[in-house]
Design a protein around this ligand. Structure first.
Ligand SMILES: NC(=O)c1ccc[n+]([C@@H]2O[C@H](COP(=O)([O-])OP(=O)(O)OC[C@H]3O[C@@H](n4cnc5c(N)ncnc54)[C@H](OP(=O)(O)O)[C@@H]3O)[C@@H](O)[C@H]2O)c1
Length: 250
């Protein structure tokens, strides 16, 4: 198969790329800095593209070069996050999240649709976050971008289902990725139910194989979010803000 992964230069995206490469598939990855890609061995079936997903033309050129009119799976892992619950975001941090998590994702969905539409088959998988499953006014900008992404992805699923194109939304819990470690000074001890990137990758690949519409992982986080999401908004807001306060106070 031919699989293109946005944000495949590190973290969850790179772990997914490695598992598909190990299984003998052709993989294209992109990111703004391909020099940061760290691999334990050389993969002849891997192609790398340096680009920002906000630049639709560059992304389209890369996907066309890689797929050559036959794209099986497109995975959207490119994402930007800062912990805006713990400190004030800069203008650059906020706009980068909106550019990548929303506009970049829509660019990717459009390009995947155009390529898969040709053969009337394919699978698009979009990595959002469990934080996007919770609806309360004081949620962070990051959570709100992921909530919007879940809804945008649902709209693409219903528009594409008659064209043989499957769409999966992935609501991920905490994954021990370089970015999460960087934001937490390498200390993830206060984050609940953290899993590693290769575990996340295998859950995502299995969910795509099973053509699931929605993947929420890990299971303990799925049940916790399920419980939180039925609480009345004031109580949910109280619990979430208390959690942030506890983190702030160390
Ligand atoms: N780790 C978690 O706990 C967690 C939880 C829930 C959801 N997620 C989501 O999972 C996805 C992967 O995150 P991660 O934790 O693996 O973080 P990561 O290691 O920072 O990976 C993010 C990837 O996105 C790429 N990227 C960022 N902005 C981009 C842009 N504008 N254009 C192209 N590529 C861009 C980065 O590459 P460059 O820097 O080279 O551009 C990198 O390859 C994100 O969508 C994130 O929101 C993560």
């Amino acid at each position: 198969m031919k699989i293109f992964i946005t944000g495949g230069t590190s973290g969850i995206g790179l772990a997914i790329a490695v598992q598909y490469l190990e299984a003998g598939h052709e993989v294209g990855i992109c990111g703004r800095d391909i020099k940061k890609v760290q691999l334990e061995k050389n993969y002849p079936l891997l192609k790398m593209y340096q680009l920002d997903v906000y630049d639709k033309n560059r992304l389209e050129e890369a996907v066309s070069d890689f797929a050559n009119q036959s794209l099986d799976i497109m995975i959207l892992s490119a994402g930007n996050y800062s912990d805006s619950a713990l400190y004030d975001l800069t203008y650059e941090e906020s706009t980068e999240m909106l550019r990548c998590n929303i506009a970049g994702a829509v660019n990717s969905l459009e390009i995947a649709r155009d390529h898969m539409h040709l053969n009337r088959k394919g699978h698009i998988a979009v990595i959002a976050s469990v934080s996007g499953l919770l609806d309360y006014p004081k949620a962070t900008i990051y959570s709100k971008t992921k909530r919007a992404l879940i809804q945008i992805t649902d709209a693409y699923r219903s528009a594409l289902e008659n064209f043989g194109i499957n769409v999966t939304i992935i609501a991920s819990g905490y994954v021990n990725s370089p970015r999460l470690r960087e934001l937490n000074n390498d200390d993830l001890s206060k984050k609940p139910f953290v899993v590693d990137c290769s575990y996340a990758a295998s859950i995502i690949i299995k969910g795509i194989e099973e053509k699931k519409k929605r993947i929420v992982f890990p299971s303990k986080m799925k049940y916790l979010i399920g419980f939180l999401s039925i609480l009345p908004t004031p109580l949910l807001t109280f619990i979430m803000l208390k959690r942030v306060k506890r983190q702030k106070n160390g």
